[in-house]
Design a protein around this ligand. Sequence first.
Ligand code: ADP
Ligand code: MG
Length: 261
Amino acid sequence: MSDVAYPRVQSHLARLKLPRMAECVDIVAQEAAKHDWTYLEFLDQLLDTEVSARYERDVAMKTKLAHFPFAKTLDQFDFSFQPAISERQIRELATLSFIANGDNVLFLGPPGVGKTHLAIALGMIAIQHAISVYFTTTVDLLDQLHRDAKEDRLDHRLQTLCRPRLLIVDEMGYFPLDRMAAQFLFQLVSRRYSRGSIILTSNKSYGEWGDIFADQVLAAAILDRLLHYSTTINIRGQSYRLREKRKAGVFTELAELQKEA
Ligand code: ADP
Ligand code: MG
């Protein structure tokens, strides 16, 4: 590059807000000379540095906004431990067509079988495909909505909760929900209905949802909307958390606790 061209390229890249290209142009130009790249190959490689950097930034930002309690991937999931789960069905979900269609996914099963793990893993795949995700537990969600209702900003919060294309609501059913909580959930599910996907996890089967909600009519209305366009994954397996404990012989006591949960 001539003496004039180099500072001009740098200043153009700065003005066009392409900092990664500005950083990499020297090394990519050297590589191009070394490997005798065509002009197009050079341009392709240089553009790729900027696009990759932006992608990584976007993934990092979306992951932060998602508020996952921990990071888990599908590769970390041991399907052989949980034969109740169809790996094909989970891989199908990982194609994210359910998000494209605004469908919901429900993971049902006892504690420790991997419901939260799979929900987060799907969330992380979604983020890799530039899809916005928000993770919350039922308890945190309802606490927040109760506070919002008191401060007269429930509507605004519901709007905010409709923004992420995938909303993960973890741990439905560990506590009974009063009428007001049921109304909040009904509003949320109705607003997102066929627009934005929800992944919901629960330790209760649908038949037991009546026990979660004080109001049976609302429970039925929520389920109706959630299930209309949905996939249910029933995990009737053993707790992965208890695996080590089982090996150590303290299984019986914990298994009893699990049954009660
Ligand atoms: P749940 O939400 O059903 O109570 P989690 O998803 O929180 O269970 O799983 C409990 C722990 O066990 C997590 O650390 C999770 O990563 C791990 N785990 C559960 N099932 C599996 C599995 N089949 N393969 C690998 N790790 C698993
Ligand atoms: Mg869980």
